[in-house]
Write a protein that binds this ligand. Structure first.
Ligand code: 16G
Length: 241
């Protein structure tokens, strides 16, 4: 399988070989990879070469190491397009997964100066503070904290929030959601995120901050979401003209 005369470095050839096994399903998510020693015998190359191939696959996110345990095939990441203004419920249903939420907080509070400024309301105006874990097929995907203008989005209940916020706004309140601005950055998961998202200390998360507007231009929600970086990657289409 390895061509020592090829201009392609040996570690790249090994990398491609393991990648091929992942793509064709010979190696499945959660499977443990054979130890370096075994690969080095199988390919008849040094363990250093194997390590290089494995490191590259770890960096690409296809496999991950667990301390003191081994190297495993990672779950396939969700490709989340960045152009559509969709809800978590819609995103999961579109993938054939069952969305659910675990409500951690649901309170009516006076808006802080910062929240009030973004939502274009007076300080201390009531806003809902909602914190929920969003799950797909019972696997935690993201942790979401939002602030919602209570005078605009009336009648929210825990029951509604356990279903879909956007569906309630559109179907029950008959308001039209227009657009959103969004910022994405990476961060290290904090202790609460490690615990609630069932990830490891030192794992990365993708932080998304969104402000969403009704079609008349009024902002109605500020959301701060921590998405699992091991499960998500964001895609967008770029046009030059
Ligand atoms: C998404 C949105 C969030 C919105 C939620 C509504 C991002 C970063 N966030 O999670 O702003 O509140 O959907 O979901 O995309 P729901 O209708 O399922 O409650």
């Amino acid at each position: 399988m390895i061509d020592k005369n090829s201009p392609l470095p040996i570690y790249s050839q090994i990398e491609e070989c393991i990648k091929g096994q992942i793509v064709n399903g010979e190696l499945k998510p959660g499977d443990v990879l054979p130890p370096e020693r075994e690969y080095s015998e199988q390919f008849d190359v040094s363990r250093m070469t194997i390590r290089q191939a494995i490191n590259n696959l770890v960096n690409e996110g296809l496999i991950y190491r667990k301390k003191g345990s081994g190297t495993y095939v990672a779950e396939k990441k969700f490709e989340q397009p960045l152009q559509g203004l969709t809800s978590f419920t819609e995103d999961m249903k579109a993938r054939g997964l069952t969305p659910s939420s675990k409500l951690l907080k649901f309170e009516l509070i006076p808006a802080s100066a910062k929240v009030a400024a973004t939502l274009q309301i007076a300080e201390y105006t009531p806003v809902y503070e909602i914190k929920r874990i969003r799950l797909a097929d019972n696997i935690p995907m993201a942790l979401e904290t939002c602030y919602i203008s209570a005078n605009l989005i009336k009648g929210l209940t825990e029951e509604i929030i356990n279903q879909s916020l956007y569906q309630y706004i559109e179907e029950k309140l008959r308001l039209v959601i227009g657009e959103a601005t969004q910022v994405i950055e990476s961060a290290l998961a904090n202790d609460a995120e490690v615990d609630l998202l069932n990830i490891n200390k030192g794992d990365s998360i993708l932080l998304i901050e969104r402000c969403t507007y009704l079609n008349n231009g009024t902002p109605f929600e500020i959301v701060r979401s921590s998405y699992r970086a091991d499960r998500y990657r964001f895609t967008s289409q770029l046009k030059r003209y």
